[in-house]
Design a protein around this ligand. Structure first.
Ligand SMILES: [Zn+2]
Length: 335
């Protein structure tokens, strides 16, 4: 439980019951992510404290609820933590990430021995984990779904130049997927260990302390600017500067969210006269979870390389203290 900013408590609670149509998963691997760290530091509007905590996980089915036929106790599974209702105004318009009840019904509490997964998630966003995929790799299902959604929304053309700004796990995942699609992806960030890791993973990786995004992109595009830029830092300064690195007619995608009260401004002429388009994809649809499942099952991404630390669940306080100190990228939490 996250009881207050920077205050995590381990509590003994009765094992959850499987809801009708749902399952209980014995967590084998959970992963930390940037949203968790932001929530740990300052809380989150969608997660009033005290709150269960953790949303990237995989594990084994411990119990099934009435009517479940697609999974059986003992199955290894990987699940997202949300699913749309399939019936509301937004679901009917294929904007399932905006489903009326997708956020209120999300499940938190992957930093636990067990987690109850409701019917809607079981029906649409849970998959059997192939035996050669580790539990830690399986826990990437949800972040990969977010990235698959983001890239589908941007729809970059093969051979186009895309600047990915921010070299945390989400920036690296974007660059890896873009590169697989034949996009000329360039990843920018500041922490030297992340710049080096991205290079080891075969990415075009640049340290913004050495050269600015604009200089590198300008040189690589004969001064035109990138065909697209993806903001993966969650900093309002970077949001505001991102439109300046794309070409006339280019697109900017704001992947990393800002606090609810944040305001940003852009030069209007860049949008109107230069035809720069802005988009800000959030969350994912079941189709994106399917893409994430296929990528994970095919084991085509170096997912374990993004895990920099591993802790037992009993060490969860240390895990977040470590991340809060600016160390590492993703931590693996194992009960
Ligand atoms: Zn809905």
């Amino acid at each position: 439980m996250l009881v207050a900013p920077k205050q995590i408590e381990l509590r003994e609670e009765p094992e959850p019951q499987a809801p009708p149509g749902g399952i209980v998963v014995r967590v084998r691997a959970a992963l930390t992510d940037g949203t968790d760290l932001k929530t740990y530091r300052r809380g989150h509007p969608k997660m009033p404290m005290p709150t269960r905590f953790g949303h990237e996980f995989s594990g084994d089915v411990a119990a099934i609820g009435a009517g479940v036929t697609s999974f059986a106790p003992g199955d290894a599974v990987m699940c997202a933590h949300t699913a749309p209702c399939g019936e509301c105004f937004w679901c009917a318009r294929e904007q399932e990430e905006l489903c009326e009840t997708i956020m209120p019904s999300m499940i938190l509490g992957a930093y636990a021995d067990t987690i109850a997964v409701p019917k809607r998630v079981v029906d649409r966003n849970c998959f059997l984990k192939p035996p050669d995929v580790s539990y830690a790799e399986g826990a990437f299902l949800e972040p990969l779904a977010c990235v698959a959604h983001s890239i589908r929304a941007l729809a970059p053309v093969r051979g186009s130049i895309v600047a990915v700004i921010g070299n945390g796990a989400f920036g690296i995942l974007h660059a890896l997927l873009l590169q697989r699609q034949g996009v000329d992806a360039m990843l920018f960030g500041r922490r030297p260990e992340r710049v080096a890791l991205a290079r080891e993973l075969g990415l075009q990786s640049f340290d913004v302390h050495e050269r600015s995004v604009r200089d590198v992109i300008s040189e690589r595009s004969q001064g035109r600017g990138a065909d697209a830029a993806i903001e993966c830092t969650g900093s309002s300064e970077i949001w505001e500067s991102a439109p300046s690195v794309v070409r006339r007619g280019g697109r900017v995608s704001f992947f990393a969210g800002l606090p609810a009260e944040a305001r940003v401004s852009f030069l209007a002429a860049r949008l109107h006269y230069d035809g720069v388009q802005l988009l800000a994809p959030f969350h994912f649809r079941p189709a994106d979870v399917r893409v994430a499942y296929e990528l994970t099952a095919a084991r085509v991404l170096p997912l374990p390389r993004l895990i920099t630390h591993a802790f037992r669940l009993s060490e969860i306080v240390d895990a977040f203290a470590t991340l809060d100190a600016g160390e590492g990228m993703k931590a693996l939490i194992e009960p």
